[in-house]
Design a protein around this ligand. Structure first.
Ligand SMILES: [Zn+2]
Length: 341
């Protein structure tokens, strides 16, 4: 088994100056696609499940699929992460299912919609950090709010409104100190979902200086970029060529993510690009042979299309080739590490 605490992976990424893509999963084919890409590029991986994914798959299906991926790939270090936990209870339930990392998103209240107060965010994050570190589990927290909504999580801010909820570098240091979190998700003007920017983003809307500023003040802070799909035109075009109707839209360019990685970003959440790849492949398969009805006929190319996106991100973020270098630490190892800290 190669399930490791996410902290171990982020520390290795920091020491070796690379970023790790965190891919969301809902079913077997998505998990297999990530592992195919990890094997081909020799990458360590973060596989993450949102609350929506856990309820879609009834928790236990997803848990066993992720554990199966770890068992079948003992040479690939893999962190199993809860994406956007809305409450301490959600995070604890993930730990009870052997997740090695959780995100307590206290930037929003428990409804997953209302921007929360500083005090609330610090209180719930601190509570999760205490419970998690006692088990050796890693904690990601969030300060500031992203735009959009994904899987029912998000304040639904527009591209413009998101600019008023950026992470304040002055507050970031105090927040990390008061909560003890292992990684900090920052808001830099991006949104969840496919509709991030109406035109190719400039420095006015994609505020990379927030990342540079936090990194210069806290060089050891592991930052996380959410809403970081690049929404490549080629993938949108395939969907539209085969009957889709996705309007013109722009994501976060890979070069900007690489710039973030040079300044302390260690985890990069990617979901939309994989969704686009899967949907394009399925639409194409349907269009090419209307007489086929075996789900494997369209799920196989969908899985390959997602693996291609994962591979490309693993290479661009620099995690490729790093699987063998990451120590296979256990939650027990991290428990002692936190107890000493
Ligand atoms: Zn997110």
């Amino acid at each position: 088994m190669a399930l490791i605490p996410m902290r171990t992976l982020l520390d290795h990424a920091a020491e070796n100056e690379y970023g790790v893509a965190a891919f969301n999963v809902n079913n077997m084919e998505q998990i297999q696609a990530i592992m195919m890409a990890a094997n081909e590029t020799e990458s360590p991986v973060i596989v993450q499940a949102s609350r929506g994914a856990r309820s879609y798959s009834d928790d236990n299906y997803l848990r066993h699929l992720m554990v199966a991926a770890a068992e079948l790939n003992p040479h690939i270090p893999m962190a199993m992460h809860q994406d956007h936990g809305n409450s301490p209870a959600t995070c604890i339930s993930a730990m009870d299912m052997d997740f090695t990392s959780v995100m307590m998103d206290g930037s929003l209240e428990e409804d997953g919609k209302t921007p929360a107060s500083w005090d609330y965010n610090v209180r719930v994050t601190r509570e999760v950090v205490e419970a998690a570190h006692a088990r050796g589990v890693t904690v990601e927290a969030e300060l500031g709010c992203l735009g959009g909504i994904e899987d029912g999580q998000g304040a639904g801010l527009s591209e413009e409104e998101a600019q008023d909820h950026l992470t304040d570098p002055d507050e970031a240091g105090r927040f990390v100190e008061e909560t003890g979190c292992d990684a900090l998700a920052v808001a830099i003007g991006t949104s969840h979902g496919a509709y991030k920017f109406k035109k190719k983003p400039t420095g006015k809307v994609l505020r990379m200086e927030v990342i540079r500023e936090i990194h210069s003040r806290m060089p050891n802070c592991h930052m996380v970029m959410h809403g970081s799909s690049s929404v490549p035109k080629e993938l949108v075009d395939i969907i539209n060529e085969y009957g889709g109707s996705i309007p013109e839209t722009y994501g976060v360019p890979v070069e900007d993510i690489q710039e973030g990685i040079r300044h302390g970003v260690r985890k990069v959440n990617v979901d939309t690009d994989n969704r686009l790849a899967i949907t394009g492949a399925i639409r194409k398969a349907f269009a090419e042979d209307g007489a086929e009805f075996d789900p494997r006929y369209y799920l196989k190319p969908a899985r390959v299309a997602m693996a291609e996106v994962c591979k490309a991100r693993m290479i661009s973020f620099g995690q490729a080739g790093n699987a063998a270098g990451v120590e296979m630490k256990t939650l027990e190892d991290l428990k002692s590490y936190y107890a000493m800290a």
